[in-house]
Design a protein around this ligand. Structure first.
Ligand SMILES: [Zn+2]
Ligand SMILES: [Zn+2]
Length: 216
């Protein structure tokens, strides 16, 4: 049966219909709701971009995810072209049970932020202090292992204090410090200090003291 679009009078012989209206009118209607611009949050310190998974390295997939985060759940998008200033996206939306795809150029705004990791790094954040004491060669060797261990696990050392008889090493993540001692079967002395309350939960900092004496 031949149908005519109530808006533009096009006939169903000439153009696809979606529900009551012709495809062109449906697209025009949907286009009005498509944003002209998306904002990407970029960490000014490490250059990673904010996605649904947190801050990650910019890749094709990450950029798509970051754009989705900015545009909201209303739009299912694919990225045809992207250059940090503008992008060509295809916006997809269900309308009357059918998928409508609309390509559009949008502009990209970059918002400089700082990710949690960089913020912690620059603010001297730490959860654990590892105190290494004893024979200098042994202290140096264990410290080397500790620094490598931490770096390999995406944590960081926010400060190292050199003392007469060893080092104090401030570690961002206490679970990593614990894992280090377990991995090397070391048995440090442990103490805990309360340093704050967050969301009703007490936060403790761990201090480990490792005495490295005697023969190897
Ligand atoms: Zn129409
Ligand atoms: Zn960062």
């Amino acid at each position: 049966m031949l149908r005519y679009c109530p808006t533009c009078n096009a006939s169903s012989d000439d153009v696809r219909f979606i529900g009551e209206f012709c495809e062109n009118c449906v697209k025009e209607k949907i286009s009005k709701g498509i944003p002209d611009c998306a904002t990407l949050e970029v960490c000014k310190s490490c250059g990673r971009i904010r996605t649904h998974e947190g801050y990650v390295q910019a890749s094709r997939l990450a950029i798509k995810d970051a754009l989705s985060l900015s545009l909201g759940v209303k739009w299912n998008i694919s990225v045809n072209d992207f250059d940090w200033k503008k992008a060509n996206l295809t916006f997809r939306k269900e309308y009357e049970g059918e998928e409508v795809a609309i390509p559009k150029d949008i502009s990209i705004k970059i918002k400089k932020t700082m990710c949690t990791d960089c913020y912690r790094r620059t603010s001297g954040y730490f959860e654990a202090t590892v105190q290494l004491r004893g024979k200098p060669e042994k202290v140096e060797r264990v410290m080397g292992k500790l620094l490598k261990f931490i770096e390999a696990r995406n944590a960081f050392v926010s400060r190292v204090d050199e003392l007469d008889n060893g080092y104090d090493i401030y570690v961002s993540d206490k679970t990593i410090a614990n894992a280090f001692f377990e991995y090397y079967e070391l048995k440090p002395g442990r103490s805990y200090t309360l340093h704050g309350v967050k969301h009703g939960k007490k936060l403790y900092r761990n201090t480990y003291i490792l005495r490295l004496e005697g023969v190897d």
